[in-house]
Write a protein that binds this ligand. Structure first.
Ligand SMILES: NC(=O)c1ccc[n+]([C@@H]2O[C@H](COP(=O)([O-])OP(=O)(O)OC[C@H]3O[C@@H](n4cnc5c(N)ncnc54)[C@H](O)[C@@H]3O)[C@@H](O)[C@H]2O)c1
Length: 290
């Protein structure tokens, strides 16, 4: 299959990432089949895509007249059978190996043999996911960043079984979407989370040990290292539970290496429900919730 043979893209899961991924494909002119398990999730996704398109209109990124056309290219569906004629699929269901295996195996059974399957997993082995399908050579990792319509990076991950044709096509497709793809071999945390999460974890250790307050740690990294956001502010935005899960994936994936030991403060905060921005409190307090 060549780039020009891709017309219809299926996105599995219409949450934070799936809705953003559907947005960028539809904006680029692709017909998008957006699949979730319940209509209310799809309604929420279309509502959020509409609002994000309004933001792009205000910024002059797209014309107002484009909005209805972009939305019309997205077909929300609850049944998996509707994805059968897709040329390219991006899976973005929750980060659970059993669920992803089941969804990918079902998609694999329905799709034409030449269709390419990809996963937006942030930490599960692409090699393991590829093995859940009968098209492991046409299986690729496609790690978009949140918020998808705004962030330029896509880590394109090559599983042990990924063939050159599918990999190169995925890289080309990212460029067509206006993204910058970076080729990465499958390894725990890929590059993004392997570098970012230990930084966040170390920042949490600094707070736990009383080296500095969260504000001070973030200021050091913003003003001293030119990071646009401090690591703890970023951790609150990502979700401290997500950060902890990824640290555990790294620790397990690297055979228990102590350098990936999750910070006890992070574990404690997650245990008491201080998950960051989404719960109203993490390293910082949001919306007046104490
Ligand atoms: N949120 C992030 O910042 C981020 C960044 C990069 C990658 N990821 C990865 O993207 C994936 C999705 O994350 P998210 O944050 O969008 O999650 P989310 O919980 O916001 O969305 C997941 C969606 O999948 C739906 N779903 C569940 N089972 C399904 C099924 N069988 N078929 C179709 N849809 C189903 C859910 O109803 C939900 O709407 C995860 O693998 C996550 O690790 C997340």
């Amino acid at each position: 299959m060549q780039l020009d043979d891709i017309h219809t893209v299926a996105v599995l899961g219409s949450g934070t990432m799936g809705s953003g991924i559907a947005h960028v494909f539809a904006r680029c002119g692709y017909a998008v089949i957006l699949r979730d398990i319940d209509k209310r999730f799809l309604d929420r996704a279309l509502d959020s895509i509409g609002k994000n398109l309004d933001r792009e209109i205000k910024k002059g990124k797209i014309a107002e007249a484009d909005k209805p056309n972009i939305l019309a290219r997205i077909e929300p569906v609850t049944g998996m059978a509707a994805i059968a004629h897709a040329d390219f699929v991006v899976e973005a269901v929750p980060e659970r190996l059993d669920l992803k295996r089941e969804v990918l195996a079902e998609a694999d059974r329905l799709l034409r043999p030449e269709a390419i399957l990809t996963s937006n997993t942030s930490s599960i082995s692409i090699t393991t996911l590829a093995a859940a399908t009968k098209r492991p050579d046409r299986f690729v990792g496609m790690h978009f960043m949140n918020p998808v319509p705004v962030m330029p990076l896509v880590e394109v991950i090559r599983a042990k079984q990924t063939g050159d044709a599918a990999f190169d096509l995925t890289m080309q497709l990212c460029r067509k979407l206006g993204k910058t793809p970076v080729a990465v071999n499958d390894s725990p945390g890929f590059v993004s989370n392997r570098v970012l999460m230990p930084l966040i974890n170390e920042a949490a250790y600094c707070v736990m040990e009383g080296v500095a307050t969260a504000e001070s740690v973030d200021t050091v990294m913003k003003l001293g290292m030119n990071h646009p956001m401090g690591p703890l502010e970023l951790a609150d935005f990502i979700g401290l539970d997500v950060c902890l899960d990824i640290m555990e994936v790294l620790q397990k994936g690297f055979g228990g290496d102590a350098k990936y030991r999750p910070c006890p403060l992070l574990q404690e905060m997650v245990a008491v429900g201080r998950l960051g921005k989404k719960s109203g409190r993490g390293f910082y307090v949001y919306d007046g919730v104490k």
